[in-house]
Design a protein around this ligand. Structure first.
Ligand code: ZN
Length: 238
């Protein structure tokens, strides 16, 4: 089952569930713990919380675009996006927590009030892809679920719903295929499904394990619980 095969209501619920999961992991960290590095290289937890907050604000902008037809990009530029995160990371812990809560609530509000016809209106992602506004449910889900783990406060891929894991794997392998990465690599998921990354190259290496472990490894978040291939590094995804 893929995320985008679900009803819109179910997709939005999975994004909300991910937001609640991120909120829980964040609430478990003390203000001082926010100063420590997160699992993303070069970022503290403060940077990550600021990024997740500004991501919701950016998604609000493209939902406004879908609703009004007036083009408003997620970010003015990648430099502006980076600057905003760096500045956000200097906010007080309380302000950062509010930033996360308020932007998530605003995004939810936009989803609740988006006119029916606007869900199929095309908007542009930060990577420049044109997608229907409904794709924001998946874009946000990816962010909140994965970044909850990146907070480094005890979150884990095994907590994710299977449909989120399946769709993450599709996204990652799809990206590798487009970039011509991962030739010779096969993923064995849950002891049954075999995913050969590049069809035209026979597999010479297998990474195997439960779905959550394979997705964690493939997303570049380390080898935990794999039954084979734990010493390999995954191709770059993003
Ligand atoms: Zn992100």
């Amino acid at each position: 089952m893929a995320f985008n095969d679900l009803d819109l209501t179910q997709r939005l619920d999975l994004a909300r569930e991910g937001t609640a999961y991120f909120a829980q992991r964040l609430a478990a960290l003390s203000d001082r713990e926010l100063d420590a590095p997160c699992l993303l290289e070069g970022w503290t937890r403060r940077h990550l919380v600021a990024h997740v907050g500004y991501n919701a604000a950016a998604l609000c902008r493209i939902l406004d675009w879908a609703a009004t037809g007036i083009e408003t990009p997620m970010y003015a530029s990648m430099e502006q996006r980076g600057r905003e995160i760096d500045e956000g990371a200097t906010l007080s812990a309380g302000t950062l927590r509010n930033l996360f809560t308020h932007t998530a609530a605003r995004l939810d509000e936009k989803w609740r009030h988006l006119p029916d016809t606007a869900w199929s209106a095309e908007v542009r992602t930060a990577q420049g892809r044109l997608v229907p506004a409904a794709e924001t449910a998946w874009m946000r889900s990816r962010e909140v679920w994965i970044h909850a783990v990146d907070l480094g406060g005890g979150g884990g891929f095994e907590d994710f719903p299977d449909v989120v894991l399946d769709s993450l794997l599709d996204d990652i392998v799809g990206m590798w295929r487009r970039k011509g990465e991962g030739a010779g690599l096969a993923l064995e998921v849950g002891g049954q499904r075999l995913v050969v990354v590049q069809d035209d190259a026979p597999p010479t290496a297998v990474v195997a394990g439960p779905l959550a472990s394979v997705v964690r490894w493939a997303s570049g978040r380390g080898a935990v619980g794999l039954t084979a291939g734990a010493d390999r590094l995954p191709p770059r995804w993003l």
